[in-house]
Write a protein that binds this ligand. Structure first.
Ligand code: NAI
Length: 467
C-alpha cells in the first residue's frame, strides 16, 4: 500500500498549488523540497524579491523626481541599500511562511531533501545529511521548475557576473550595469538598478526587445526606457568577459558576427532565458521521456511517458510563468482525482513589472498576420485618459485586436502604469469568448485608467469618445 496518494517534487507555485488542490480533493499528499525554504524560484529568488525591489526603487525614484512637481518638498532621498534588501527579505519571509501555513492547514507533509524518481510510485529523497529514504505514492507530480540559462565560456560568480539571483542581492549599486538579454528579467532588474543610480546598457541578440510581445508595444516601450536613460545594443551578442581588471571588459559583437567592441561595466547580468531543471531527477533511468529541449514530455493530461507520473510548470513546454504553473498544478490535481482539469493556454496573461508596465493576453498582431486571420485594431493612448492626465502618468496605450468578422477579442496589449492589473478585464472577457462590443458596452467607473481599455474597445468600432 502506497503511503501517499500524491507526492509532488518541488514547492514552487506549480508544486505547492498542486499539493493544496489535491489535498482539497481528499488526497493524502506530501511535497519534496531540496531547498531550506518552500516556494521555489518565484518566492525566494524570482518574482517576489524582484517585485519588492521594483516597488522600493520606484518609491525612491518618485521621491527623487516626481514629488516636487506635485508640490511635495522633501530633501534629496538617500539610499540605504541594506535596509532596502531587508525590506525585500521581509517580503520573502512573509510569503514563504504563508506557504508553510498552507501546507499545515491542508495536512500536507513536507519531506526535506532532493527527490529522485525510481519508477512508477517510488521517489527516493536524499536529505542534506546524505541520508536517503524511499517514499511510496500512487501518483507523482514533477514540479521541479527551471534554472538559469548560461552563456558558454562565461562563469557566473554571482558577485560581478551575475544571474537574476545575484542581481537581487548586490551589496552596492554598480556605477555601470551591462545586461545580456532584453527579456523580462533584463528589463525588470535593469529598472531596479537604473532607478538606484546605475548606468544600464542592454545587449540583445535580436533586433527588438521583449521577443514574443506585440511588436508595436515593444517598440514604444523601448522608446520609453531610452527616455528613462536605458541604452540598448540590439542585434548584438556578448562573446566574452575579461575579469582581470577592476572593471569588467565585455566583448560585444554583432549577432551575425563581425568586429567586437569592448564595453566596460562593474557588473554584468546574464538574463538570456531559463532552462528546465531535471538534474538528478532520474528521468532517464525511470523511463520518463524528455523532449529535444530537455523538457519533460507530457500529454494533454500532464501525464509523462510513465503511468502515474505527471509534470507541470517550467519543467514542461509553454511559457515559464508562475501563474501558468499554478493553473497547471490545479488542473493536474483535478485530473488525478478523476475530474476534468483544464488550462486555457490561449488566455495566459504576461506582465513586465517595470514603470510603466507592459502586459499582454492572447495573440499579438504578428501572430495574427502570420496565421492569416483578418482582424480589426482599436487603440487608445493614456494621454487621452483623464485619470492619467491628472496624475501626469500618460506614457503608453491600450491596443485591442478583434476578429474582423465576429468582433471576438483575440488579443489585448497594454503599455502603461498598472497595465499588469488592467489586463485582467481583457483576460476574463476572452475566457468567456467576449467581443470588443461587449467590452465597449460595459460601464467603467470614471475616472479610472480602465476607461482606456473601454475606449480601445470602442476604437475597434471606430467610435472612441475621447479621441
Ligand atoms: P527571456 O526569454 O524573457 O529573454 C531572454 C532574452 O535574451 C531574449 O530577448 C533573447 O533574445 C536574449 N538572448 C538570448 N541569448 C542571447 C545572447 N547570447 N546574447 C544576447 N541576447 C540573448 O528570458 P529572461 O528575461 O532571462 O527570463 C527567464 C524566464 O523567466 C522567462 O521565461 C520569463 O518569462 C520569466 N520571467 C517572467 C517574469 C514576469 O512574468 N514578469 C519576470 C522574470 C522572469
Amino acid at each position: 500500500m502506497a503511503t501517499y496518494d500524491l507526492v509532488v517534487i518541488g514547492t514552487g507555485p506549480g508544486g505547492y498549488v498542486c499539493a493544496v488542490r489535491a489535498a482539497q480533493l481528499g488526497m493524502k499528499v506530501a511535497v519534496v523540497e531540496k531547498n531550506p525554504t518552500l516556494g521555489g524560484t518565484c518566492l525566494n529568488v524570482g518574482c517576489m524579491p524582484s517585485k519588492a525591489l521594483l516597488h522600493a526603487s520606484e518609491m525612491f525614484e518618485e521621491a527623487s523626481h516626481s514629488f516636487a512637481k506635485m508640490g511635495i518638498g522633501v530633501s534629496t532621498p538617500k539610499l540605504d541599500l541594506p535596509a532596502m534588501m531587508n525590506f525585500k527579505q521581509q517580503g520573502i519571509d512573509g510569503n514563504v511562511k504563508g506557504v508553510e501555513f498552507l501546507m499545515k492547514k491542508n495536512k500536507i507533509e513536507i519531506i526535506s531533501g532532493k527527490g529522485r524518481i525510481l519508477g512508477a510510485g517510488k521517489v527516493e529523497v536524499t536529505a542534506g545529511d546524505g541520508k536517503a529514504r524511499t517514499v511510496e505514492a500512487k501518483n507523482i507530480v514533477i514540479a521541479t521548475g527551471s534554472d538559469i540559462a548560461r552563456l558558454k565560456g562565461i562563469e557566473i560568480d554571482e558577485k560581478r557576473i551575475v544571474s537574476s539571483t545575484g542581481a537581487l542581492s548586490l551589496d552596492k549599486v554598480p556605477s555601470s550595469l551591462l545586461i545580456v538579454g532584453a527579456g523580462v528579467i533584463g528589463l525588470e532588474l535593469g529598472s531596479v538598478w537604473h532607478r538606484l543610480g546605475a548606468k544600464v546598457t542592454v545587449v540583445e541578440f535580436l533586433d527588438r526587445i521583449l521577443p514574443g510581445m506585440d511588436g508595436e508595444v515593444a517598440k514604444q516601450f523601448q522608446r520609453i526606457l531610452e527616455k528613462q536613460g536605458f541604452a540598448f545594443k540590439l542585434g548584438a551578442k556578448m562573446t566574452g568577459v575579461d575579469k582581470s581588471g577592476k572593471t569588467l571588459k565585455a566583448a560585444v559583437e554583432p549577432a551575425a558576427g563581425g568586429a567586437a567592441q569592448t564595453l566596460e561595466a562593474d557588473v554584468v547580468l546574464v538574463a538570456i532565458g531559463r532552462v528546465p531543471y531535471t538534474e538528478g531527477l532520474g528521468c532517464k533511468e525511470a523511463g520518463i521521456a524528455l523532449d529535444d529541449r530537455g523538457r519533460v514530455q507530457i500529454d494533454a493530461h500532464f501525464s509523462t511517458s510513465v503511468k502515474g507520473v505527471y509534470a507541470i510548470g517550467d519543467v514542461v513546454a509553454g511559457p515559464m510563468l508562475a501563474h501558468k504553473a499554478e493553473d497547471e498544478g490545479v488542473a493536474c490535481a483535478e485530473i488525478i482525482a478523476g475530474q476534468a482539469g483544464h488550462v486555457n493556454y490561449d488566455v495566459i496573461p504576461g506582465v513586465v513589472y517595470t514603470t510603466p508596465e507592459v502586459s499582454s493576453v492572447g495573440k499579438t498582431e504578428e501572430e495574427l498576420k502570420q496565421a492569416g486571420v483578418a482582424y480589426t485594431t482599436g487603440k487608445f493612448p493614456f494621454t487621452a485618459n483623464g485619470r492619467s492626465k491628472v496624475n501626469q502618468t500618460t506614457d503608453g496605450f491600450v491596443k485591442i485586436l478583434a476578429d474582423a468578422k465576429t468582433d471576438r477579442v483575440l488579443g489585448v496589449h497594454i503599455v502603461g502604469r498598472e497595465a499588469g492589473e488592467l489586463i485582467h478585464e481583457a483576460a476574463v472577457l476572452m475566457e468567456f469568448g467576449g467581443s470588443a462590443e461587449d467590452l465597449a458596452r460595459t460601464c467603467h467607473a470614471h475616472p479610472t485608467r480602465s476607461e482606456a481599455v473601454k475606449e480601445a474597445a470602442l476604437a475597434v468600432g471606430k467610435r472612441a469618445i475621447h479621441m
